[in-house]
Design a protein around this ligand. Structure first.
Ligand code: MUC
Ligand code: MG
Length: 370
């Protein structure tokens, strides 16, 4: 029986300013959710977002309030083993709040998998791989610093693909920045860009032509999330892959985007999708529609990152890899044993549940006062 549900906010500085077109991050607020049962199980989930309300429509604080006031009462005293029935209850009674639902579903699945003594991936269809490739995002805002950072990651064998956050500056400034980095790193290093909705269709057409000619591999969410017709025109016009991110807020969106041919690739994010089961449905829609997959992030800490990895490990194909580097962007981690990043990939544990050893003392010391 579910005995307690708690939301914990932890503010952690980033290792350097992280510049997106919608926000510059110098700290990240981890939003952790813990579910405890009367027979001693504890499950964790995460509802972290980017830039307060600048990226998504749930803030860390709104997640905490909505769980406490509206969502936890639907789950407390219920049988945590009935994960499907509980999530159905939330779908029926709670509009939106996809990040909060994701955190709760993750915590329930963590408990269920611990109870059954299997890794969480086995409740999500079963894992096909024990590691997932992880790229690094270059977003210092400075071309020379970005090249140095990429070179360091290559030397460490930590990342060999890079995503550049653009859209904050003029089109030509951004295109020059990207092409200078591509030229410095060479043909074997995959470079992708994330525009985070910053361009008009006209701007996108000018920029993508140059990026495609310069050997860039992927263009992520160049247009506003609402402009799917425009995304479809770009996908039709260019051979470089066009990826949907912010326009995908669950399976219904995935279905529409697929139907409109508005993307070549889906960025699957567990929180943006409303949870692991719905994110799995995005993967299925992509597979049926012939759309490639990429494992996205909301720059979560270890819990959301590992939950995502547990799902992405079950996809038949993960053609564009993942960006599950969130914990590496933070100055501190909340784990007793660090995540294993090596050989350009995040390694998945084979231990039951999420497979993480959280450091409860660090969490208690760093959490925001309730
Ligand atoms: C996004 O839009 O994909 C992922 C990596 C990163 O740097 O920002 C995020 C969000
Ligand atoms: Mg994105």
């Amino acid at each position: 029986m579910i005995k307690a549900i708690e939301t914990i906010l932890i503010d952690i500085p980033t290792i350097r300013p992280h510049k997106l077109s919608v926000a510059t991050m110098s700290t990240q607020t981890l939003v952790l959710v813990q579910i405890q049962t009367d027979d001693g199980y504890s499950g964790w989930g995460e509802a972290t977002t980017i830039g307060g309300l600048k990226y998504g429509d749930e803030s860390p604080e709104s997640v905490a309030v909505n769980i406490r006031q509206h969502i936890a009462p639907l789950l407390l005293q219920q049988d945590e083993r009935q994960v499907g029935a509980l999530m159905y209850r939330l779908r029926k009674n709670i509009r939106g709040n996809r990040f909060a639902k994701c955190a709760l579903e993750t915590a329930l699945l963590d408990i269920q998998a611990q109870r059954l003594s299997v890794p969480m991936s086995e409740l999500l269809g079963g894992r096909l791989r024990d590691s997932v490739p992880v790229l690094w995002t270059l977003a210092s805002g400075d071309t020379v610093k970005d090249i140095d950072e990429a070179q360091m990651m290559l030397d460490l064998r930590r990342h060999n693909s890079f995503k550049l956050k653009i859209g904050l500056n003029s089109i030509q400034h951004d295109v020059n920045h990207v092409l200078a980095i591509k030229k410095a790193l060479g043909a074997d290093v995959s470079i992708r860009v994330d525009v985070n909705q910053a361009w008009s269709e006209l701007q996108a057409t000018t920029a993508i032509q140059q990026l495609q000619d310069g050997g860039i591999d992927l263009i992520e969410q160049p247009l506003k999330a609402e402009n799917r017709a425009g995304m479809a025109r770009l996908a039709q016009r260019f051979s470089v892959a066009i990826m949907a991110d912010e326009t995908l807020n669950g399976p219904q969106d995935a279905w529409e985007v697929a139907r409109l041919n508005a993307a070549d690739v889906f960025a699957v994010k567990i929180a943006q999708s409303g949870g692991l089961t719905q994110a799995k449905e995005l993967g299925t829609i992509a597979r049926l529609a012939g759309i490639s997959l990429y494992g996205g992030t909301m720059l979560e800490g270890a819990v959301g990152t590992m939950a995502s990895a547990q799902l992405f490990a079950t996809f038949d194909e993960l053609e564009f890899g993942t960006e599950l580097f969130g914990p590496l962007l933070l100055k501190q981690d909340i784990l007793a044993e660090p995540l294993q990043y090596r050989d350009f990939a995040l390694q998945l544990p084979t231990t039951p549940g999420l497979g993480l050893a959280l450091d409860l003392d660090k969490i208690a010391a760093w959490r925001r006062p309730a």
